[in-house]
Design a protein around this ligand. Sequence first.
Ligand code: AMP
Ligand code: MG
Length: 474
Amino acid sequence: MNHQSTLAIISELDHETRSEHLFTNKQVIDINHINAIKNVILNYLKLIFMPATGLPMTKNNDCYDNTGKPSLLTVKQTLELIKNNISSIRQTQKLSIRDALGYTLAEDVTSSINVPPYRNSAMDGYAINSKDLNGASEIQLKVIGSSFAGAPFSGKVSACECVRIMTGAMMPDDCDTVVMQEDAVRNEDSIRISAQHKADQNVRHAGEDIQQGAVVLSAGKQISPADLGLLSSIGVAEVVTARKPVVAFFSTGDELKSLGETLESGQIYDSNRYTLFGMLKKMDVEILDLGVIADNKALIKETLEQAAKQADLILTSGGASVGEADYVAEILQEIGQVNFWKIAMKPGKPLAFGHINNTPYFGLPGNPVSVMATCYIFVQPAIAYLKGLEQSSHLSLKAKCLNTLKKEPGRTDYQRGVLKQTENGELCVDTTGMQGSHILTSMSTANCFIVIPQHSADVEAGETVEVLPFNDIL
Ligand code: AMP
Ligand code: MG
């Protein structure tokens, strides 16, 4: 194939698919450099078929409208694409249950015992036999012994006899009911009680909480403090967990300075690495902070390749939207299979997602609020997929909006709000004020996103809106 025909194929593919992914970046290829041409074609084909993950990246995924122009991907479509292109980490490890807190269970845990293991009392009182309750309005029973937690009564209990019993103590074999001590009148070695007590009252049965042989916790469950208690209650000291994902991230931009450095004119402090650090920390992953990487092609390439070797997920912020002076997009086209999506959300319209040497990659936007919003909406579920966690979606509530909110139809807005409850229990939401994607104070003040649907315009004060209360990663 001569050089001219190669380029003809490239431009034909471009025209035919109207791809926004690859060629709108106006990539310049050295026509004498056969490897560069090969890489462009290979990467392009990977973009279409994404063979590593089995998802064909077709026009449908790009969300073409009936005019043939690419339209914006919805958040739902984007989440679906991400889900289909991330597989969970297979390596497992056995951990003592304390160390396993926050990890994902990799195997079901089955109980070898009943919990409670034996019938016991739910109250301090007297264990009786309900047959003695027959007829009379009041009865008298002889107290013949006691059963304490850890020191059961092992004798026989005959008719008209009872046993003093404490909460959690084993029920004597011949008793089936507990009368709480407040309902009994004690007189030396006997008690008087009403005959109106119900058989079986105040008795906890063996296996009432957990049956022997039952699956107590299923694979995919994130181990919580309650689970530590549950595991110890069935005598399990160690569990098999999935390895925690390693997430590498770095910021790009010549204008960025790290803490401790002096700002020159035209420079800003890097904040994305710190918000990402905080969110990732709360997501309980191993963090690999690769710092600020200047807008230098070789450096960015080397860092991305290193990250792909070391991490299970790579995040970058800034410089990844097509058509910028930054290099990330250009490099990704050489070394990765990455899509440059435009998502119908605000903030966070540009998002790059794909793989670098089989390691999933997100190119988050540069603006600080966009980084946090896209991390919340897309990266958090992606990390849950990596961890093999059962999915839980963000809690969505309805609240009365207390302000007029400006909104252009076309994208779903994730405006920042403060959700509160009035004295009569009504949920109301206040805006945090300015909504620019650079206004990071809005994220700090907010406790929820106000979600305004894609095709809606302004919200009037008093209207009901959807809110997503921040979960524990924000
Ligand atoms: P970019 O996507 O690189 O064009 O960045 C978009 C905007 O976000 C610009 O105003 C950048 O200065 C800003 N920005 C990019 N990265 C960071 C960062 N790590 N911390 C704070 N602001 C950033
Ligand atoms: Mg930049």
